[in-house]
Design a protein around this ligand. Sequence first.
Ligand code: MG
Length: 248
Amino acid sequence: MISEKTIEKAFHHFTLELEVPFHLRGIFFDMDGVLYNSMPYHAQSWIQTFSEFKLRLPEFEPYMNEGSTALFTVQQMFKKYLHREATSEECEQIRQRKHEVMAAMPPSEIFPAMKGLLEEIHQQKIHCWVVTGSAQESLINRLVEEFNGILRRDQMITAHDVIQGKPHPEPYLKAMQRSGFMKHQALVIENAPLGVRSAKAAGLFTIAVNTGPIHRDVLLHAGADLVFGNIDELKGSWSVILKLLSKK
Ligand code: MG
């Protein structure tokens, strides 16, 4: 559990750079690993696909690259483990194969605790947005159905809306532009190091929730203002976060 003091300190540190008082109006949620428990399937798909191409990835590696485009992941893994660039043909083959393997996985579940948290946030008249590097229409559409009235299709930034994916700030900058919320009016909930870097590069207060196997220090090192060990911990601290964020 994170203490109230720690939350206060992190928030105080962030607000030092603001020229106007913080007033929370919106939250930008990442999708995979934050709303959906989909990362184990993505990780498994990456590991299987790369092994078919004779590259054995360590278990944690897909989590380190989470949030970036498939193309970026292929290029990174080739450089890191094969010490060479991937050809555009290899990139395309691996990207397609990963997509196939992932499509054969069972449907991802929404984290039940997250559903409760979003309902609470919605009741507090705070707008919920989704900022994802994903282009999976089925998952995106399910959010609109399952979070009826809380998440809207026109309040989502997906892979289709940006040229540069996370860790580039573009996805979060686009969310700010579309929502009209500035850095004194919004915060981000992310689970992946590249997502945290993207949000921080856009200048936003960023809460990381560690839903995967990576060490929490990786998220801190990526720049997260706060790191929660799991969703229940974040949910348990939400009223404290809201209280501290609303303090003038
Ligand atoms: Mg994620």
